[in-house]
Ligand binder design. Sequence first.
Ligand code: ASP
Length: 575
Amino acid sequence: MSTTNRVLIIYTGGTIGMKDTPRGYAPAPGFLSELLAAMPPFHDRTMPAHTTPISRYGRRVRYDILEYAPLLDSSNMGLDDWVKIARDVERHYDAYDAFIVLHGTDTMAYTASALSFMLENLGKTVILTGSQIPLAEARSDAIGNVLGALTIAGHYEIPEVCLYFDNRLMRGNRTQKTDASGLAAFASGNAPPLVEVGIEVKVEWDRILAPPTRPFRVNPITHQAVAALRLFPGISAEMITNVLRPPTEGLVLESFGAGNAPDHRADFLDALRAGTDRGVVIVNVTQCQRGAVTTDYATGAALAEVGVIGGADMTPEAALTKLAWLLSQGLPRAEVARLMQTNLRGELTTTATQTRFSFRERVFIASVARALAEAGESVSRVEVERALLPVLMCSAAGLGDTTALERMLASGAEVDAADYDGRTPLHLAASEGHLGAVEFLLARGAKVDPPDRWGGTPLQDAVRQRHHPVVMALRRQGATLGADASIQLCGLAVAGDLTGIGLLLDAGADPSSGDYDRRTPLHLAAAEGHSAAIALLLARGADPRARDRWQQSPRDEALRGGHAAAAELLGVALT
Ligand code: ASP
């Protein structure tokens, strides 16, 4: 038994489906569809047209092809074409499990970025791909690209607009075409691939965006008045002024390195300021393929001072399409500026303080919420979050992951969020000996002695697991041991366990309190002749005069056991 997933291939044009004609490569209607139907990896002859053979994962992919007329070289594409693709996804959204957009490579990164913003609450996989060499050529990269995209689209639910090329699935709005002739034509400098296809298909679920909780819709780009300008040494102020003239309402400024521009050129900065004063949203991104803009340098800070906003590590393609999309919504300028700096579709990396959850936690919580919803349970994501956050907090504490703890606290998790056994993050961090996490939790106001289901406290956990620095940190905050500490100390004295005795004493155990028969640790160490333990206990204030239920002193015990050295030590202590 195999299952069949349905994929819609939206074929817009590009080299991939071109035919060799006397005038060079040119798009040919119907040609790509015929080619695919004739190729065994794309068509199982025993099945209806456009059905792949059963994969090693037990699935077939059945695909339909929606071919555009005319087929376009992507250099001829623009905003209307992006919206058309978005509308076609919308029209067929319910009928297919996933979508592939075959597209020319030249502007594919722009289309991928634009689609990522326009397709709101996307819950299905959308993959753009194409090729550097036509599918009809013997040595074409199209076979691998289309087959890879079909495999991923037909098997995995990756609710994002992605770009697949050269065995890697990348987040679409992170990509750039970086090679005009090589087969690895795309790079995603600031975000690692979501999937890598080798012998196995390796999906990095942690990196994939959480599925939406609201219904899918298309929110189109209608606004054209955006521009991009790449700075170069010696650029004139006049050129800036010209670019910023109406109708321009948004400008992506591609600056040097980590967001720098000349700061000793008043004319240049004045030209930019005139633009921002007029209400043009100017976004600063780097010309580099990796890294982000910062205001670490004076030359970067100068841009911020004239009202230019930082675009973090967005690609120019993502920044341009996002700006056009935000301006299309008629939002106030300040809101456009704020959203340009906010991560909406994984297009930019925010600092830890701005991140709500890591992708791992968000994906996990959202997936559970969705699985429950699919199973017919009417629980909201908030309810799932409430149920799972304590467990995630405890697990992060057990791993000593203070960054995750910090994020979850910032999202409203409780510092003492206890799991089903009443064990708090502090219990877990203390048990595992994560001093950093213990200190972090205490600084954030964690209760010092919360009893778990069995009455156990973090200090007891730290003692049991012998994490001395953690014991000391808890003691500094006033943690106390429970009543059975003296029994425990007696046990350690019988065993002559010097480390254990020292640790328990540091944890606050009373060296002189005895067991049920009032036999103190000193009695027990003496009975066994553990001289070093006796010395340690005496040094830490144990009372050599203590009498047990039968009026025996520790020294009596030593003598009775024939431990002369121990008796001697205790004798000296009595004098
Ligand atoms: N000029 C072509 C295009 O972008 C190149 C390609 O498809 O690779 O449509």
